[in-house]
Design a protein around this ligand. Structure first.
Ligand SMILES: [Zn+2]
Length: 62
């Protein structure tokens, strides 16, 4: 199940769209910002019903 979400890029502060695959459960991945091309560390968790629980984004280098 794919979930479309919008997040704020932690580098350029633009709002960008991401597509998360919730069927794979909790994930940590790196997505390149489509605006500034910086690597965004994306972490999300999925609840017992397969719904998006928490979503956080951070700079890859912390
Ligand atoms: Zn960006």
């Amino acid at each position: 199940m794919l979930e479309d979400v919008t997040v704020t890029c932690p580098y350029c502060w633009e709002t960008i769209a991401l597509e998360l695959d919730l069927s794979r459960g909790d994930q940590t991945c790196v997505e390149d910002c489509p605006v500034c091309c910086a690597p965004i560390l994306v972490h999300y968790t999925v609840d017992d019903e397969g719904q998006l629980d928490t979503l956080t984004v951070a700079r890859e280098n912390g």
